[in-house]
Design a protein around this ligand. Structure first.
Ligand code: PGA
Length: 254
């Protein structure tokens, strides 16, 4: 599948019960029919089945926000890709900065997750981003290249089409301080060049989305940039109206 439509991903984090999920998707569903924008919802594990049932026969795709780096085993509290798929997930977010920072996931673990997800036939959103300290020390490019290189190590050329990179500067997440258009343009170009030359893929086929304090007001500032293929939206995705407005903005630009 070629993924060059705008991709708008909701990351609900630890919000919404299964009942709330059903209500939310019932309201979102009608908006998903007449759009070419791809709408993906990364919901809590316990809401995946309810979300997948409520979104059935609509273009909305349901996914998870994390998964184990192993297919099975004595790993109390973990969840495997096959379990996610059975519940109705089609994609998984890997390497979100909250996983890296709070749960101490390193690039090697993230790489194992990326490869396992792809082998299991889940599409992947691989998050990368620098912290404020790394940016102030002018290490942004080095850090991001290293996250890409380590996170994607061993990924085959024919699998790259199943991956979207999400550039999410850590300081921009939940801070009401989004990156500037200039930063996003520079970093998305870097990601596309890195993957395009590393895997011999046309530049425009590399999918890179932006995340970090995206709102219905600023979404178009990013979506108008040709190197932006979509958005990863946290806080503003929890409200149907504001998420619908972001989808609408993407539709206008497409
Ligand atoms: P935010 O979160 O939109 O609330 O900043 C984005 C994310 O963490 O994916």
């Amino acid at each position: 599948m070629d993924h060059l439509e705008q991709l708008i991903v909701a990351n609900w984090k630890m919000h919404k019960t299964a009942a709330e999920t059903r209500e939310h998707i019932k309201r979102l569903r009608p908006l998903s029919y007449n759009t070419t924008v791809e709408i993906w919802l990364a919901v809590p594990y316990t809401s995946i089945a309810a979300a997948a049932q409520t979104a059935e026969n609509s273009p909305i795709q349901i996914g998870a926000q994390n998964m184990s780096d192993l297919a099975a085993g004595a790993l109390t509290g973990e969840i495997s890709p096959i379990m996610l798929i059975e519940a109705g997930a089609a994609f998984v977010i890997i390497g979100h900065s909250e996983r890296r920072r709070i749960f101490k996931e390193d690039d090697e673990m993230i790489n194992r997750k990326v490869k396992l997800a792809l082998r299991s036939d889940l599409e992947v959103i691989l998050c990368i981003g620098e912290t404020r300290e790394e940016r102030l020390a002018q290490n942004t490019v080095f850090i991001l290249k290293s996250q890409l290189e380590k996170g994607l190590q061993g990924v085959h050329k024919e699998q790259i089409g199943k991956i979207a990179i999400a550039y999410e500067p850590v300081w921009a997440i939940g801070s009401q301080e989004p990156a500037t258009q200039e930063d996003v343009e520079e970093i998305h170009t870097l990601c596309k060049n890195f993957i395009s030359s590393g895997w011999d893929i046309p530049f425009e086929k590399v999918r890179v989305i932006y995340g970090g304090s995206v709102t219905s007001t600023n979404a178009k500032d990013f979506l108008t940039l040709p190197v932006v293929n979509g958005l990863l939206v946290g806080g503003a995705s929890l409200d149907v109206q504001s998420f619908a407005e972001i989808i609408h903005q993407a539709e206008m630009i497409q």
